[in-house]
Design a protein around this ligand. Structure first.
Ligand code: GLN
Length: 308
């Protein structure tokens, strides 16, 4: 295959760009090696291609959000989830304290307000906080096709500085969007964000979305097809936060970023793509990751609004 050579070539092309900074608000993340760089493609037939640091583990952070949303939709059904979390792009930063003014409903599941609420909806009703984290880690593992674990140091580091997410959760609690202890939900959400993945894992997770919810390696139907359509649609409109419009026009692939430097894209019926580079732009998206996806899209004509 020519794909590994192609990936090596594009990594070399973006490597000199040292702009941006690793996330500073989570001390453990600020300590990450900013030079790490990797890219992987997982085809829907299970073939995986990679170049660079594809086996280095880092925390999934916000890339957990579309997968947790998928689990909540699968576990609870659409209506109860939509009643609590909307699907409109907010045009605001990922950590904005932005709730619909009348209902208190978060605008979408990709911003923190929505993702904290979604975490509380994962698993059947009635789970305790620990069981819910287990449900989410099990679910993320099923998407990856491998047992994943959390990073306790990153979790503790983020929790010690989680004032903003706690503020969001208390707002949600005051509107009865959250119906349980606000701190316990943020704690679970923060553990969800601390799940360790490699670029290879992320490509496989994205490939599961690209493959109608079936993991290409295990063959497991992780979530039903209508759930996948919902998740990819929301990723397209909201996955890159306040850069979603730029991304949608320039790259045109449903995507999600995380503040540890990961980035995924899923091209339905074809491929799951992932990149890793810790320096972030002012939207909290990986600088070199965005450049890589711009290259993937233009070099291979992957924009979903273009006729191949
Ligand atoms: N855990 C991070 C937070 O809640 C995730 C944010 C992100 O990756 N954009 O702030």
């Amino acid at each position: 295959s020519i794909i590994p050579d192609y990936l090596t070539e594009v990594l070399d092309a973006v490597r000199p760009d040292a702009s941006g900074e690793p996330a500073g608000y989570i001390p453990e993340l600020a300590a990450a090696d900013p030079e790490r760089l990797g890219a992987a493609f997982a085809m829907v037939d299970g073939e995986v291609y990679g170049a660079g640091d594809v086996d280095t583990e880092f925390t999934i952070q916000s890339i957990s959000k579309p997968f947790a949303y998928a689990l909540a939709l699968a576990d609870r059904g659409f209506a109860p989830v939509l009643a609590k979390v909307g699907v409109e792009p907010s045009g605001e930063a990922f950590n904005e304290i932005s709730l619909e003014s009348d209902t208190g409903r978060p605008r979408n599941p990709m911003i923190n307000a929505g993702a904290i609420t979604v975490h509380s909806l994962a698993g059947p009703a009635g789970l305790n906080a620990t069981e819910r984290v287990e449900r989410v880690v099990d679910g993320l593992s099923a998407f990856a096709g491998r047992r994943l674990r959390t990073d306790d140091a990153v979790y503790a580091s983020e929790m010690a500085h989680a004032h903003r997410n706690l503020a969001i959760a208390h707002m949600l609690r005051s509107h009865d969007i959250l119906v349980e202890d606000a701190r316990a939900v943020v704690d679970g959400y923060t553990r969800q964000c601390s799940v360790l993945v490699s670029t290879r894992d992320l490509a496989m997770m994205a490939a599961t979305l690209a493959n109608r919810g079936v993991n290409p390696l295990s063959g497991e139907q992780v979530v039903p097809e209508p759930v996948v359509r919902q998740v990819l649609s929301v990723m397209f409109s909201c996955g890159m936060y306040d850069a979603a419009g730029d991304w949608g026009t320039q790259v045109g692939i449903p995507a999600k970023s995380g503040v540890a430097g990961g980035l995924i894209g899923a091209l339905p019926g074809h491929v799951g793509m992932a990149t890793f580079s810790p320096r972030l732009d002012n939207h909290g998206n990986s600088v070199r990751g965005v450049s890589l996806f711009e290259r993937f899209s233009s070099d291979m004509g992957l924009h979903v609004m273009e006729v191949p």
